[in-house]
Design a protein. Structure first.
Length: 361
């Protein structure tokens, strides 16, 4: 008769396709029971959004156990996205489990478009997601996500985020006119963004995607040190001039002990709509060279596409406009790699620590 130990050993040799670790050592296997009649019941808990992955995971686990000798297998797959450790002595924010900073060393590489579609892809896969537009000098998320209006306060102390395509959103762009320049010095801008983050009433977010300002100046450094960031994504293009600045952004996160989840190579290739030929307009292999030099994974290669630009400009990004399109599937794969990388980070235990109060009699 098949034993639970035999089946557990089989699952120890099966890797999850998103996290790329086995179900036993990663503690994704929550229970495994073998009934007297030989029926097997298994519970798998995934640490990433699994709306479109749970069925495939259940089928793979079932096939693995049947190959190990189980006759009838029932696999229950659920998701449980938890908070993960942040840098230094900072604590995870109330209402936000994980903050993902999307950064670039320079402007013009499509960071905001990547941020919007990454957030939408995480939500499409089953997560509760928010977006903070921290690009104070060029806030673009209100336009990209098609959100208009101003945040309101219900308690006089915090702001309610606006909603766009199922995302909770806040941005400096909601506070000023579209054509009004933000003539703020670094400390003032950084302070305003900290208030925007901390005084927004985020509601039970699995992920908050922060569209960071481009560069590695005072604002970026202040945010990286004071905001409890779970991990960072660095966006670049293949060209050398962009890679030089992207490396500076990566090193900035390393210096403040923020894990770099990986590199995204945007505008990687242009596919001619007439002949179908691929053109590497901005060069080729830049993300791979950066990956080898700094030991961080390449999360994805995204195309230079008029469609992506047009849909973002129109307030309905690609993942929302056509989630099954080739371009949207690239963003969805990127989102799952990001979520899988976050899920492998150390868990946050600060919420379990007792609060110590000193009372003077």
């Amino acid at each position: 008769m098949i034993t639970a130990e035999t089946l557990r050993a089989a699952l120890a040799g099966l890797q999850d396709p998103v996290m790329e670790v086995d179900y036993v050592s990663s503690n994704m296997l929550k229970s495994l029971e073998v009934a007297d009649n030989g029926d097997v019941t298994v519970s798998i808990e995934l640490g990433y959004p699994a709306r479109h992955r749970a069925q495939a995971v259940g089928e793979r686990v079932g096939e693995c156990l049947k190959a190990a000798g189980a006759a009838h297998v029932t696999v229950n797959v659920t998701q449980n996205i938890i908070a993960h450790k942040v840098q230094g002595t900072l604590r995870v924010m109330r209402g936000v489990k994980n903050i993902i900073a999307v950064s670039s060393g320079k402007g013009g590489v499509g960071k905001s478009t990547v941020s919007a579609n990454l957030a939408l892809a995480l939500a499409y896969e089953g997560a509760n997601v928010g977006v903070l537009d921290a690009d104070v000098y060029g806030p673009s998320q209100p336009t990209m996500l098609g959100v208009k209006g101003q945040p309101v306060s219900l308690d006089g102390q915090t702001m309610e985020p606006l909603l766009g395509h199922g995302l909770q959103v806040n941005s400096v762009g909601f506070m000023v006119d579209e054509d009004e320049p933000m003539i703020w010095r670094g400390p003032l801008a950084a302070g305003a963004l900290e208030q925007l983050l901390n005084q927004t009433n985020w509601k039970d977010l699995d992920y908050l995607v922060v569209d960071m300002p481009p560069g590695t100046g005072d604002i970026q450094l202040t945010l990286s040190q004071s905001v409890p960031i779970t991990g960072a994504v660095v966006v670049t293009t293949p060209q050398d001039i962009a890679l030089i600045d992207a490396k500076k952004g990566l090193r900035m996160f390393e210096k403040v002990n923020v894990p770099v989840l990986g590199v995204v190579e945007n505008m990687s290739v242009f596919i001619c709509p007439k002949c179908g030929e691929a053109h590497h307009i901005f060069g080729e292999g830049g993300a791979e060279r950066m990956s080898e030099q700094y030991g961080v994974p390449v999360l994805g290669h995204l195309p230079l596409s008029a469609r992506i630009r047009e849909e973002a400009d129109g307030g309905c990004p690609t993942v929302v406009k056509d989630p099954e399109s080739r371009e949207a599937q690239m963003y969805r794969e990127l989102a799952m790699k990001v979520a899988g990388s976050v899920a492998k980070l150390a868990k946050d235990y600060t919420a379990r620590m007792p609060q110590i109060k000193v009372v003077k009699d």
